[in-house]
Design a protein around this ligand. Structure first.
Ligand code: SF4
Length: 313
């Protein structure tokens, strides 16, 4: 058994937290293989190791629910199976295909990423962290997701689910991003893709943000630092509270700028739009003009010579 000891005491603990690394990894891996793996492997993006397909799935999953992405991903990927296919389709086709997934800036970012891959990488997705991070719109999470899920690199993929599990089970204390990443990397001992997916699924299904299922958790008795501290009588608040419990409530969608931006873009997907058109005239004209100007500035819409709004060409 190999103890995993944090390199410094996490904030809020008087001594370094230690959990048995092999025990935690073994319990979690056997939980995953014993059931959730088969069910979660049905998610369409898990059928591929193509790095472009992984990038597309991560762009979609960033701000859209998995169930919604599962409906749309196969069709979207079929339309743009390679970076070149996307770049040559043009940005309007990508925005149109993205319609309904929300946060349309991601469609534009994905298109620009495809253009860069074609222009600078011979259409190939690079396999090094530095090169991935140098791509437009690719951050630390996405870069490591590509490395682990497509290239089997030994990196930890720290999304919100994994960060929560690390804070509760391993550290027993809140974790800042850098130590969380170090912990995640240190835990990758088996196949990186499988391990990261297991940890991610565990956070989504068992060690959930608001109501962790500690009663049926395979780590609860011997491999969860937070529960061990509570059993020892230490008053330890949820180490992941900063990420889950105190998150601001989701903003109301109906009537929000986000909804109105979506309406404008959907209208433009069907042809040139005039702001005074019947379908939009129920909206505040000043607000609508400001939202349209922002969409044009971002590159999601363009103006024709006569002032109508269209998808960019
Ligand atoms: S015991 Fe509870 S807090 Fe600890 S890992 Fe399991 S579900 Fe998460």
């Amino acid at each position: 058994m190999v103890p995993l000891v944090l390199d410094a005491p996490p904030r809020g603990l008087s001594s370094p937290s230690a959990v048995d690394r092999a025990d935690l990894v073994g319990r979690l891996a056997s939980w995953w293989r014993g059931g959730p793996r088969a069910e979660r492997d049905a998610l369409p993006w898990r059928a591929t190791r193509d790095p472009w397909a992984v990038l597309v799935s991560e762009a979609m999953l960033a701000q859209t629910q998995a169930a919604r992405v599962a409906e749309r991903y196969p069709e979207f990927l079929a339309a743009f199976p390679t970076p070149r296919a996307m770049a040559e389709s043009g940005v309007a086709a990508v925005i149109r295909a993205w319609s309904g997934l929300g946060y349309n800036r991601r469609a534009l970012a994905l298109f620009r990423l495809a253009e860069r891959l074609v222009a600078s990488h011979g259409e190939a997705v690079p396999a090094s962290l530095d090169e991935l991070l140098a791509l437009p719109g690719v951050g630390p999470y996405t870069a490591r997701a590509v490395l682990a899920f497509a290239f089997e690199e030994r990196v930890g993929v720290v999304d919100t689910n994994i960060a929560r599990v690390l804070a509760r089970a391993v550290a027993g204390a809140p974790l800042r991003p850098a130590p969380a990443q170090r912990l995640a990397d240190a835990l990758v001992t088996g196949p990186p893709r499988e391990w990261n997916l297991a940890l991610m699924d565990f956070g989504a299904l068992v060690c959930r943000a608001r109501d962790p299922r500690c009663g049926s958790c395979p780590l609860a008795e011997h491999a969860c630092a937070w529960q061990a501290a509570r059993r020892a009588g230490e008053a330890v608040t949820d180490p992941a509270r900063a990420r889950s419990g105190t998150a601001p409530p989701a903003a109301r969608f109906v009537g929000s700028d986000r909804e109105l931006r979506g309406r404008l873009l959907r209208a433009a997907c069907s042809g040139a739009v005039r702001l005074e058109a019947a379908t939009l005239s129920d909206l505040d004209a000043v607000r609508l003009a400001a939202l349209a100007a922002a969409l044009v500035a971002e590159g999601l819409l363009a103006r024709t010579e006569d002032g109508a709004l269209t998808l960019p060409r």
